[in-house]
Design a protein. Structure first.
Length: 123
């Protein structure tokens, strides 16, 4: 897996909290939100995933981190959300205990695997 600078994780993991508690949103909580069929749930799911992805990329750029993931300009926001949702479903089916991990960590790991700077050719 492509190494992502720890400071990027730390900057994002701390302020992202579940609405009902003072702890980071878990992968299970994100999966429940993303499973909703109403517009509010769909928008919350997409906004959270895309916000983490773009926030981490902006933080890495600000910090001068060359080891971030590279999302090609041709990729639309919904593709990022879809990739994370599909991997989340697959992961939770195979390893339900991953549901307790911070959602931010899972999103960043998934995006890093999906959009490796080495394989995408993007910068």
């Amino acid at each position: 897996m492509l190494k992502v600078v720890a400071t990027s994780f730390a900057l994002l993991a701390t302020p992202v909290m579940a609405a009902s508690a003072a702890t980071p949103m878990t992968l299970s909580q994100l999966q429940q939100t993303c499973a909703g069929t109403d517009d509010a749930s769909k928008n919350a799911c997409h906004s959270f995933i895309y916000g983490v992805a773009m926030g981490a990329q902006a933080a890495a750029t600000q910090l001068g981190d060359p080891m971030r993931y590279c999302v090609p300009e041709t990729v639309v926001a919904s593709s990022i959300t879809t990739a994370v949702k599909q991997q989340m479903m697959f992961d939770l089916l195979l390893k339900p205990t991953d549901g307790e991990m911070p959602a931010v960590k899972f999103i960043l790991e998934t995006i890093t695997k999906s959009y490796s700077c080495r394989s995408s050719g993007a910068r």
